[in-house]
Ligand binder design. Structure first.
Ligand code: NI
Length: 176
């Protein structure tokens, strides 16, 4: 099922989300919700989606980037569910890259992110998961973890001058 996406200004985006218990994670209702999150992300051509972006204040996100036209130079990221994710280590070095967000439609901006992160989470079956991600995968993880803490990528932009409409950014390359 395709869920309604919350847009900037809805308070649910600014509220930190609550951990998911293993019991709740195992329920058919929550499993269906995870499927719905994946369906919704794909429907709107996103590469990640956090639960509060679909009005559910739970610490869960989905990520996937299969040879995405918006990120042609990046290797694909397989469908990954992160439940109760925590970034336990990150590179001190940051890289600037363009980000957009389904809750901030039509806009993109340049955001510095750690080049790599190590994240601990549960997978959708409740199994402990630890992974090290870099490049686009690391960027998406950081973007989604910000959402789950009540943040959006605009909060991380050191210079709002790069903020561009997607169409204009594709056409002109974006300021900066
Ligand atoms: Ni987003």
């Amino acid at each position: 099922m395709i869920l309604k996406v919350s847009r900037l200004g809805h308070p649910v985006l600014r509220r930190p989300t609550e951990p998911v218990s293993p019991e709740e994670l195992a329920t058919p209702a929550f499993q269906r919700f995870l499927d719905d999150m994946a369906d919704t992300m794909r429907e709107y051509d996103g590469v990640g989606l956090a639960a509060n972006q679909v009005h559910v204040g739970k610490l869960a996100a989905v990520i996937e980037s299969e040879a995405h036209p918006k990120y042609p130079d990046e290797p694909p990221v397989p469908l990954t569910f992160l439940v109760n994710p925590v970034i336990v280590e990150r590179s001190p070095e940051t890289v600037d890259g363009w980000e957009g967000c389904l809750s901030v439609p039509d806009l993109r901006g340049k955001v510095p992110r750690s080049r790599w992160v190590r994240v601990r989470a549960l997978d959708r079956r409740g199994k402990a998961l630890e992974l090290r991600a870099e490049g686009l995968f690391a960027r998406i993880i950081q973007h989604e973890c910000d959402h789950l803490a009540g943040g959006v990528y605009l909060d991380r932009m050191p210079d709002l001058k790069t903020l561009s409409f997607t169409l204009e950014q594709a056409r002109f390359g974006g300021a900066g």
